[in-house]
Ligand binder design. Structure first.
Ligand code: PLP
Length: 491
């Protein structure tokens, strides 16, 4: 025994040799990140990495220990100040949520637990299930809908499409794959559908040509008449339509497809209705604006992103699937080493491994569960309402100014506009002025906005999923756009 005790004492571990010292470092880390979050307004929204910082981020593989303190200081000095800034109160580029201090702590707790959340008899399984059920209730999906938390919108949509492909292929796709000589499968979405759809059809082996991109109307909504025509033409050509992707909030303008019309088409044509509600679906939290996404609960699968409009830190997306059996049919697999016993730790199996492609997964639901408990659906609804009203306010400022032009209808939290001084009609010149405005705003460190092309016009675009913004920030944005625009025109 003496020998065994002696051997154990010499063995290595990554636990601290001095727990109090690590505790002190941990408290310092928390203080630093809280100070950082508390003073975001005083910091640049974005700043480019200076050469000396890039240099510091390069280096040889560390073979010998440098110590935790040193590793932390490198983070503090060279990493923390240089991000793409979505947590800043004046950041509205692309669609990136702003994170919350409380959910950051939940993330830390999940990492501390380091549980394997594929399922099994542990509290995490029940928390994941409960949180999915809450989200199904918020979305008005059936209580027995299935679902899974994944890293984000792209993954959530990909899984939805994978379930659809299996459910509607008309043959045992999991067994035979797409190498068999069955009919070619085709999928429909509008030209405004996010690029996840292209990546997904490529990855699912359907090929990009299987994604039919149907034209939109002047509101950037899919044309149901053209969709129907395309489905008929494809059937006549011997293809097998399987799925329609509806957008509940397009990435470019926040347009919401006519879900009721698409639902009817899917019913008539026996197609799977998949809805990409990456941020739009979260309007369901808001009593004032949930009517905008009425009907998304009719989806066979609904994807949305909690790191967008529930403000949670990356990475957290979710897909809900109406028919639990269809969800499991697409992914469930057996393995002797994961035997499903009726007793013990794996009793009732690994439900989350059966709903996606990953086996090992972190405790993704914890930050959702804790945030819902802490703030309730009410507070989340109020924040979403606030974001929509801020976007409406920005729209009103744009409409009121003679040198600003709205480039797309504002439906929810996305505003697309440009600087357009009287007398300037050259599209190329307007595009280059507005592109330059976006870059200058970013480089000024004052705002993070992004841009997009709409019918050939370059738009300054904001997507407001920021719980830190105030009305005055939008006044400041308009002043900055005008000032940059005027400088460029007179240059
Ligand atoms: C409408 C829409 N769908 C899907 C995505 C992809 O989500 P993620 O970036 O979380 O993968 C986005 C991202 O902005 C989006 O706006």
């Amino acid at each position: 025994m003496a020998h065994l005790t002696g051997a154990a004492a010499a063995e290595l571990t990554l636990d601290p040799s001095d727990w109090n010292k690590q505790r002190q470092l941990a408290h310092r880390m928390l203080d630093d990140i809280f100070n950082h979050l508390e003073t975001l307004r005083d910091q640049p929204a974005w700043q480019p990495l200076p050469e000396h910082v890039r240099e510091s981020l390069r280096g040889p593989l560390p073979r010998t220990p440098q110590g935790e303190e040193r590793a932390y200081l490198d983070f503090l000095n060279y990493v923390l100040p240089y991000s793409t800034g979505n947590r800043h109160p004046r950041a509205w580029g692309w669609v990136r949520g702003s994170g919350t201090p409380f959910a950051m702590l939940a993330e830390m707790l999940a990492a501390g637990m380091n549980t394997h959340a594929a399922g099994g008899q542990q509290a995490a399984t029940y928390v994941e299930q409960q949180t999915l059920a809450w989200l199904a209730e918020i979305m008005n999906m059936p209580a027995n809908a299935s679902g899974i938390f994944v890293s984000g919108g792209t993954m959530a949509n990909l899984l939805g499409l994978a379930v659809a492909r299996h459910a509607k292929a008309g043959f045992d796709l999991r067994k035979e794959g797409l190498q068999s000589s069955h009919q070619k499968l085709v999928i429909y979405g509008s030209t405004e559908t996010h690029m996840w759809a292209q990546k997904s059809v490529e990855l699912l082996g359907l090929g990009r040509s299987a994604l039919r991109q149907v034209a939109v109307d002047e509101n950037f909504q899919i044309r149901p008449d053209l969709l129907q025509q395309q489905i008929r033409a494809d059937r006549a050509a011997g293809l097998r339509p399987i799925t329609v992707i509806a957008n509940a909030g397009t990435v470019n303008t926040g347009a919401i497809d006519d879900v009721a019309a698409l639902y009817e088409i899917c019913k008539q044509e026996d197609l799977w209705l998949h809805i990409d509600g990456a941020f739009g679906a979260l309007l369901k939290f808001s009593p004032e604006y949930r009517h905008l996404v009425a009907g998304i609960e009719l989806a066979d699968s609904l994807a949305f992103d909690l790191h967008k409009w529930m403000y949670l830190p990356f990475e957290i997306g979710c897909v809900l699937v109406r028919e639990a059996a269809a969800h499991a049919d697409a992914f469930a697999a057996q393995a002797s080493y994961l035997g499903k016993d009726t007793r013990g730790m794996l009793a009732n199996g690994l439900p989350f491994s059966d709903r996606g492609i990953e086996l090992s997964r972190g405790f993704k639901a914890l930050k959702v569960w804790m945030s819902l408990k802490a703030y309730g659906t009410e507070m989340h609804g109020q924040l979403i309402t606030q974001n929509v009203e801020q976007a409406a306010y920005l729209e009103s400022l744009v409409r009121r100014h003679k040198d600003l032009e709205l480039l797309a209808p504002r439906v929810m939290n996305v505003v697309c506009f440009r600087f357009h001084p009287a007398g300037e009609a050259n599209q190329q010149r307007l595009n280059s002025i507005n592109r330059e405005i976006v870059l200058r705003l970013q480089e000024s460190g004052e705002f993070v906005v992004s841009g997009t092309m709409l019918s050939g016009d370059y738009a300054v675009r904001i997507a407001n999923t920021n719980h830190r913004s105030r009305m005055e920030d939008f006044d400041a944005l308009v002043r900055a756009v005008l000032s940059q625009g005027e400088k460029l025109v007179s240059a």
